[in-house]
Design a protein around this ligand. Structure first.
Ligand code: DHK
Length: 204
């Protein structure tokens, strides 16, 4: 089993910065295989270290206490830790961020271009409204997997439609927090399939 080294999660700065009138910045954590993700130090070939960005949208910082009958009791920190553990087991550096701000999410998607191989996104309620996030997904041309904790199709009518889905590889919803883990698995399946065919998405 590869050993993992976890960078300490930075405090949630986005909302605090927004309250001060500054640019909100997302909470970001990541973990790499031993060797800091450096192919030389980790003993992996340069093609073998993949990176997936996981984006959590508005109100998902409240997971664990938010409507537990719908979203469960697992916290965001626990989800991120599990995603990073699952990623490390497959030679993947999983970077996680959460923001309540549409522009910060768009910046994160744009920032993934040339740096990440795939994105897993739960855009929260922006899923149903944000053409700007949809355009960003289209612009970066990375494989994106949309995930939701709840089954959005079995809830209120306004949740049934995702404006992002048509620009994503696929959508996984309704499996509780396991939707994230299934989403990561799906994203890595796409990345590994591309690598087998010599089409690394970071190069685009
Ligand atoms: C999370 C949200 O915050 C809602 O706005 C979406 C999604 C559903 C989820 O199930 O993870 O409608």
């Amino acid at each position: 089993m590869p050993r993992v080294r976890q960078r300490a999660a930075r405090p949630l700065r986005g909302d605090a910065a927004a309250r001060r009138g500054g640019e909100p910045t997302p909470e970001r954590t990541s973990v790499r295989e031993d060797g800091g993700g450096d192919p030389q130090r980790s003993g992996r070939g340069p093609q073998q270290v993949s990176r997936v960005l996981v984006i959590h949208g508005p109100n998902l910082n409240l997971l664990g206490t938010r409507e537990p009958h719908i979203y469960g009791t697992t916290t965001l920190a626990e989800i991120d830790a599990e995603l990073q553990r699952l990623g490390a087991a497959r030679g993947c550096d999983v970077e996680c961020m959460q923001s309540n701000h549409e522009g910060v999410i768009i910046d994160a998607i744009q920032g993934a271009r040339g740096r990440c191989d795939a994105i897993v996104i739960n855009a929260g309620a922006f899923t149903h409204t944000s053409y700007a996030i949809r355009d960003a997904i289209e612009a970066v041309a990375l494989p994106v997997v949309e995930v939701h904790v709840s089954n959005i199709h079995a809830r209120e009518a306004f949740r049934h439609h995702s404006v992002l889905a048509a620009r994503c590889v696929g959508q996984i919803c309704g499996f509780g927090v396991r939707s994230y883990y299934l989403g990561l698995d799906a994203a890595l399946g796409v990345v590994e399939g591309s690598a087998r065919h010599g089409q690394g998405s970071k190069a685009r």
